[in-house]
Structure formats: C-alpha cells, structure tokens
Design a protein. Structure first.
Length: 141
C-alpha cells in the first residue's frame, strides 16, 4: 500500500521524473505476487491503484540504488540495518519518523486484521508519505 500511495502523491506533486519509488519485503514468501486483495480494495477506495504492483525481496542492490530506505516497522528497520553495508545505514529511516502527529513509530501490518485495519494502515501511510514528501521537496529544491 505504501508504494502505491507514495507513487500517487509523488506524481500529483509533479515529481515523478525526479523521484523513483519502489517497495520490497524483507522475506521472499510472496516474491512476485500482487498485493493482498484487501489492500487493493482499501487503496482503490481512496484513489490509489495497486493492481500493477508486485512484491520482491530486499536485495543488496537496493542499498546502492536508493537515497532513502523507509521501514514500516522496527522489525523491518532492524533487518535492513543488519543487511546494510557501509554508509547505507544512514539512509534507513522509519516511515513514520517525521509524522509525530500519528502518535506511532510503526505502521502495523494489517494482514491478519480486518478491513478497518487496512483503513488505519492507510491513514498512517498517507501521513508518513506527506511528511517524507515535504522533506524530499525541500531536498531537491
């Protein structure tokens, strides 16, 4: 969901040509699969199209290819820090790091929840995306 929201908001800000967005998982169990149908439905109801997205696993290339790596929860953050080499760890941050108004540090995984859990996750994802997008605009201005 975060990739779809981020891509949508980056495009709406006119930054799609300057900002690449991708999403990876820390495990390979769903490698190549589409988002969960509940995620597609919840995001679609808010105008975000996830239908073309496919999962892939975090790899060494990601640490070199991206200027910013965002973790949705502390477990993902720790996994990324463990796998990062050199200065890449300085580019790893928590997704909600700059959205203190949410009162959260992590976006809970709604997978084992219900539709309301997907809505709550989307609320947090939108807040985190807006906060990071403000920082990205400032950085590339």
């Amino acid at each position: 969901m975060a990739e779809g929201v981020f891509r949508h908001k980056v495009a709406a800000a006119g930054l799609a040509a300057r900002v690449d967005t991708d999403s990876v998982g820390t495990r390979s169990r769903h490698d190549g699969g589409p988002p969960d149908a509940r995620a597609i439905a919840a995001a679609g109801a808010r105008g975000y199209d996830l239908s073309a997205l496919r999962s892939r696993q975090l790899g060494p290339r990601d640490f070199a290819a991206f200027d910013l790596l965002l973790a949705m929860d502390r477990g993902h953050y720790d996994h990324m820090i463990e796998r990062a080499s050199g200065e890449a760890s300085d580019r790893i941050h928590m997704f909600l790091e700059h959205a203190p108004e949410t009162g959260r540090t992590s976006v809970p995984d709604p997978y084992f929840g219900d539709a309301a859990d997907y809505e709550r996750a989307l609320d947090l994802i939108e807040a985190g995306t807006d906060a990071w997008l403000d920082r990205i605009r400032t950085a590339i201005a």
